[in-house]
Design a protein around this ligand. Structure first.
Ligand SMILES: CC(C)(COP(=O)(O)OP(=O)(O)OC[C@H]1O[C@@H](n2cnc3c(N)ncnc32)[C@H](O)[C@@H]1OP(=O)(O)O)[C@@H](O)C(=O)NCCC(=O)NCCS
Length: 182
C-alpha cells in the first residue's frame, strides 16, 4: 500500500486514529493478537501462528486495494497501536465481517464502540456496502454486547469450526437510520 493511499484511508474519531495496517505493522500486530485475553477470541482459542497473522494482513491489504476497507490499526493520538478494527471477507460466504480487538488495559472505555462506528461509516457511507455481519463466541459477552450496541440483529446461534457462536448482521439502511437518531 502506498503512503498516500494509507493517508487517504486514515480515519479520525474524537479520541482515536485508525490507520490501515501494513506489513510494517506485523510485529506489533503479532504481539497484540498473541496476548491470551485477545487471541483466544480471534483464533479459535489458540495463539495465532506467524503464518496466520501474515495471511490476515495479506487479505487485509488486498481488501483495502479492492474495497477501500479492511483492518485498521487503532491508535491513541501520537501513541502506539492499542488494537485493531475493521473488516475481512468470510471466505465461505463472501460476507464482509466486522472485527475488533483492543489491548486489555484499554477495555471498558468505549474505544471499540468509537472505532467501530468509524469503520461502519466507511463501509456504508464511503464504500456503499449494503450489509455487514458480526460473529462472536457465545461466552464472549463484551463482543456480543458491542455488536448489539452497534444495532446489529442476532440472526442465529450456530457453531463455527465446532465453536458455539452467535451470528449477527447489520443492514446499511438500519445503521444509517440509527445514526440519524443517535
Ligand atoms: C470486545 C472488545 C474489543 C470490547 O472493547 P471495549 O473497548 O472494552 O468495548 P466498549 O468499551 O466500546 O464497550 C462496548 C459495549 O460492550 C460492553 N462491554 C464491554 N466489556 C464487557 C464485558 N466484559 N461484559 C459485558 N459487556 C461488556 C460495554 O459496557 C458497552 O456496552 P454499553 O454501551 O451498553 O455499556 C474487547 O473486550 C476485546 O478486545 N476483547 C478481545 C478480542 C475480542 O473478543 N474481539 C472480538 C472477537 S469476536
Amino acid at each position: 500500500m502506498t503512503a498516500s493511499l494509507r493517508s487517504a484511508l486514515t480515519l479520525s474519531t474524537e479520541r482515536l486514529e485508525l490507520r490501515p495496517l501494513t506489513l510494517l505493522d506485523f510485529d506489533k500486530l503479532y504481539a497484540h493478537w498473541s496476548a491470551p485475553e485477545v487471541g483466544r477470541w480471534l483464533f479459535d482459542a489458540q495463539t495465532p501462528t506467524r503464518e496466520q497473522v501474515t495471511d490476515e494482513l495479506g487479505q487485509s491489504l488486498e481488501l483495502f486495494d479492492t474495497l477501500g476497507l479492511a483492518i485498521w490499526g487503532v491508535y491513541a493520538p501520537l501513541g502506539p497501536l492499542i488494537g485493531t478494527c475493521g473488516f475481512l471477507r468470510i471466505p465461505e460466504t463472501g460476507e464482509i465481517e466486522l472485527l475488533f480487538s483492543l489491548d486489555p488495559e484499554h477495555w471498558g472505555q468505549g474505544y471499540a464502540h468509537e472505532a467501530s462506528l468509524a469503520v461502519l461509516d466507511q463501509a456504508f457511507l464511503t464504500a456503499g456496502l449494503d450489509r455487514v455481519v458480526g460473529r462472536c463466541d457465545v461466552p464472549n459477552l463484551a463482543s456480543k454486547r458491542l455488536l448489539e450496541r452497534l444495532g446489529m440483529t442476532l440472526d442465529k446461534r450456530e457453531p463455527i469450526r465446532g465453536i458455539d457462536c452467535f451470528h449477527f448482521s447489520l443492514e446499511a439502511e438500519d445503521y444509517l437510520l440509527g445514526r440519524e437518531d443517535a
